[in-house]
Design a protein around this ligand. Structure first.
Ligand code: ADP
Ligand code: MG
Length: 485
């Protein structure tokens, strides 16, 4: 398919809604006391409840409910005072019970939304619902040996399914929504948010409608999207595919398609299943979940600041552009780091620039790396104060920063040991100026005859003579005076 999305957009408007499954970082499973782990040896964290042994009864995990409710509150949902777990029946080797316990017609959270900025513009994507359910196990296929084995460690790991309204209108917007949603979960520390590892999974529903049409077109559900890049590619591919079906006089069939990242295309998996196929029924072994108004209000009051709130506060309190604010709030750890530095130095701009150009260049993972990063915020504050006090120029500070990374020593120690402080003493600066003027009579004459550009040349030569340590502003001042005379 070599067609471009532009062609599609001339005639059609894309409509998308995402269904996101997020694994909750609880200590134990949602229906059993088995440990909630990832990446361990197969079948080492499985209880009789997870395998559905006769007589084993599920017990709802309080921690899972707490995390689920917190998330729903942060996403502005209405928490339902009573919600019900059901059995969703289907056969698959990774589901020994023959059904998955899932909230169905009475989920614990309705409505809500995710707010984020896309190209500097504020967008809010509505949510239809969030429900709790248990994960299934995993089939492991060993093609070389011609066998498949079942690992039940994932069986009954807590999930919340977050279903968006069909509010998304472009691949970029879908990606931005998914990133913003993930950030909320990470700020709350309820989910790892890793698409590649499968603890944050996304199915995308895509349809097209002619510009001006009020009714939505038939949707196709795309599964197996395991990165942001694949989300963008998969929905774009699907829009083009539907365009070609429609333009050749056909109609889109409602179906589930599997995205194949290695082929860069999707394959039909099955025609869309109907709810009736699952023979949903209320789970007889669990009471309806009751959440008191009091409990919910307390949780709401205790909610930490959300990413969008932090971002808007950074725009307002620290005079950041939306772009800067978004970068600086990309994780809670980074936002705290910036805020410590900006507060202590009183220079929002210097803190922002220095962190973005120097610190972030050394940070691979904004979620985890700050825990062990040096210079930590305190050490960086000390470094920036040396700039503010005139001891270091910005360039020297960058050099000191590199040494700090390597030796894990304080800025002051490095400055005194390496003799890196800048020269702001007039006598030393004037001596350098004198030397440069003497050494470059031709350039001096040209400058005096009006070739102003040469001022930069003289600044450069002076800095060279001072080994790059001349106080830039003072040096410029003195050089200007000298050249005028
Ligand atoms: P199901 O479980 O059958 O997939 P859900 O209600 O869980 O149904 O999810 C439906 C998803 O599809 C929602 O995210 C919704 O926004 C989206 N959706 C519904 N209609 C359309 C449509 N015509 N085009 C694109 N997305 C749609
Ligand atoms: Mg669904």
């Amino acid at each position: 398919m070599s067609m471009s999305l532009e062609t599609v957009l001339k005639t059609y408007e894309p409509v998308m809604g995402l269904e996101v499954h997020a694994q909750l970082k609880t200590k134990t499973k949602i229906m059993s006391g088995a440990t909630n782990i990832f990446g361990e040896a197969p079948n080492t964290a499985v209880s009789t409840i997870d395998t559905g042994m006769p007589g084993a009864l599920p017990v709802l995990n309080r921690e899972a409910v707490t995390m689920a409710v917190k998330t729903a509150l942060a996403l502005e949902c209405e928490i339902q005072p009573v919600s019900v777990f059901s059995r969703k029946h289907y056969f698959y080797p990774d589901l020994p019970k023959g059904y998955q316990i899932s909230q169905y017609d009475r989920p614990y959270a309705l409505n809500g939304g995710v707010t984020f900025y896309l190209n500097g513009e504020k967008r809010r994507i509505g949510l239809i619902r969030i429900h709790m359910e248990e994960d299934a196990g995993k089939n492991l296929h060993f093609d070389d040996r011609g066998i498949s084995l079942v690992d039940l460690n994932r069986s009954s790991v807590p999930l919340i399914e977050i279903v968006s309204q069909p509010d998304l209108r472009s691949p970029d917007e879908a990606v931005a929504y998914l990133k913003a949603l993930r950030l909320v979960l990470r700020y709350l520390d309820v989910c790892e948010g890793n698409l590649e590892e499968g603890n944050f999974r996304c199915d995308a529903n895509v349809s097209l409608r002619r510009h001006g049409a009020s009714k939505f077109g038939t949707r196709v559900e795309l599964k197996n999207i395991n990165s942001f890049r694949n989300l963008e590619r998969a929905v774009t591919f699907e829009m083009i595919r539907q365009y070609q079906v429609l333009e050749s006089g056909g109609s889109v069939v409602q179906e589930t398609r599997l995205w194949d990242a290695s082929q860069n295309q999707s394959h039909s998996m099955r025609s869309k299943e109907e709810a009736a196929d699952y023979r949903y029924m209320p789970e007889p072994d669990l009471l309806p979940l009751q959440l008191s108004n009091q409990t919910v209000s307390k949780m709401k009051a205790d909610l930490p600041e959300r990413p969008i709130e932090k971002m808007e506060r950074f725009i307002k309190d620290y005079h950041r552009t939306p772009y800067d604010a978004e970068v600086l709030t990309a994780s809670k750890a980074l936002a705290d780091y910036y805020e410590d530095v900006a507060k202590a130095t009183g220079d929002d701009q210097l803190s922002s620039t220095f962190i973005q150009t120097n610190v972030l260049a050394k940070i691979a993972n904004v979620e985890t790396d700050f825990a062990t990063f040096y210079p930590d915020s305190k050490a960086l504050i000390d470094l920036l104060k040396l700039i503010q006090g005139g001891t270091l120029s910005l360039n020297l500070a960058k050099e000191v920063f590199e040494h700090m990374l390597e030796s894990k020593q304080s800025a002051e120690k490095i400055v005194s040991e390496k003799g890196l402080s800048q020269v702001s003493d007039d006598k030393a600066l004037l001596a350098a100026i004198e030397e440069v003027i003497q050494g470059n009579p031709r350039q001096l004459a040209e400058l005096k005859s009006g070739k102003d550009k040469l001022f930069g040349f003289f600044m450069g030569q002076c800095q060279k003579a001072l080994k790059g340590k001349g106080h830039p502003a003072r040096l410029k001042e003195l050089l200007e005076q000298k050249l005028k005379s």
